[in-house]
Design a protein around this ligand. Structure first.
Ligand SMILES: NC(=O)C1=CN([C@@H]2O[C@H](COP(=O)(O)OP(=O)(O)OC[C@H]3O[C@@H](n4cnc5c(N)ncnc54)[C@H](O)[C@@H]3O)[C@@H](O)[C@H]2O)C=CC1
Ligand SMILES: O=C1O[C@H](COP(=O)(O)O)[C@@H](O)[C@H](O)[C@H]1O
Length: 249
């Protein structure tokens, strides 16, 4: 029988990429505070992730949670990330543990480590001939309050894994765009994540066995300053796209 997967933030862009690739592969329960505007697979729960009781109900019978819901803006103010990204993520983890969910994949961000991009290192680190690489073992260095909220989410996962044994993978997503990497944006090309690699990566998060992990979610770009070796090794991630293939588009 197919695994039951709860996808929070299902109405957003990352949700669209995941469902675009995996709609037929799982029993989906989709959750978002915004109702869907298009056809969707499975049942759709319209709820806010800070609503404790509703989130508990949404966890019933779920094997794996892909937790995407949150404020994705790098300029998001503190009150929003505190509520949506930190409080909401704690509510999701608490309910997941209580419901006996096996795994949670958390949508973290490149902005959790944004301050490694110092004036001395940029823009060279965005280029293919530069060998600077972050691999997920480094200390977080958030570049904004949104990044702070993602580090908090990773830390909540650490706690719920260590305390309750739930498997947790934090995917520090780069820059997801459909069809084409960002144009005239070296940084965005270096951390491009294509829609199909995004769907495949989260598929691996559902299927693979792990304890607590931090991986980078980017395609196999020639330009890169995030290593994808851990995602390959632990999750079996095999990306197919590379922003360099679009240089002449
Ligand atoms: N798109 C990207 O390139 C990246 C995205 N991420 C993360 O991935 C996740 C999804 O991002 P996107 O799909 O791009 O954003 P999005 O804004 O398109 O989707 C987020 C969805 O979450 C929902 N949501 C927000 N707060 C909620 C709450 N309190 N309760 C219920 N639903 C709520 C929104 O209604 C929206 O549909 C976010 O956590 C974001 O921080 C991280 C790095 C890069
Ligand atoms: O975390 C996120 O990062 C991506 C890429 O960041 P940017 O600094 O290149 O804009 C961003 O597009 C996305 O909205 C955000 O959630």
């Amino acid at each position: 029988m197919a695994q039951s997967v709860l996808l929070t933030g299902a109405a957003g862009r990352v949700g669209e990429a995941i469902l675009g690739g995996l709609a037929d592969d799982y029993e989906w329960r989709l959750l978002d505070r915004d109702p869907p505007t298009e056809d969707y697979p499975g049942e759709f729960v319209v709820a806010d992730i800070t609503e404790d009781e509703t989130i508990r109900e949404a966890m019933e019978g779920i094997d794996v949670v892909l937790h995407l819901a949150g404020d994705p803006r790098k300029t998001a103010p503190w009150d929003s990330v505190l509520t949506n990204n930190i409080d909401g993520t704690q509510t999701v983890f608490e309910a997941a543990v209580d419901a006996g969910v096996e795994k949670v994949a958390f949508a973290s961000s490149n902005h959790a480590v944004g301050h490694y991009e110092t004036d001395e290192r940029t823009p060279e680190m965005y280029r293919a001939d530069d060998d600077y690489l972050l691999d997920g073992t480094e200390q977080p260095r958030p570049g904004n309050l949104y990044g702070v909220s993602k580090v908090a989410g990773e830390s909540l996962g650490r706690y719920y894994h260590d305390e309750y044994g739930i498997s947790v993978v934090n995917v520090r997503i780069g820059n997801l765009t459909e069809n084409h990497p960002p144009i005239d944006y070296e940084r965005g090309q270096a951390m491009w994540l294509s829609y199909r690699d995004c769907a495949h990566l989260f598929d691996r998060c559902i299927q693979a066995d792990y304890d607590y992990e931090i991986v980078y979610g980017i395609s196999d770009n020639d330009r890169k300053y995030y290593s994808i070796e851990r995602a390959k090794e632990v999750l079996g991630y095999e990306p197919q796209d590379n922003s360099a293939a679009h240089n002449d588009d």
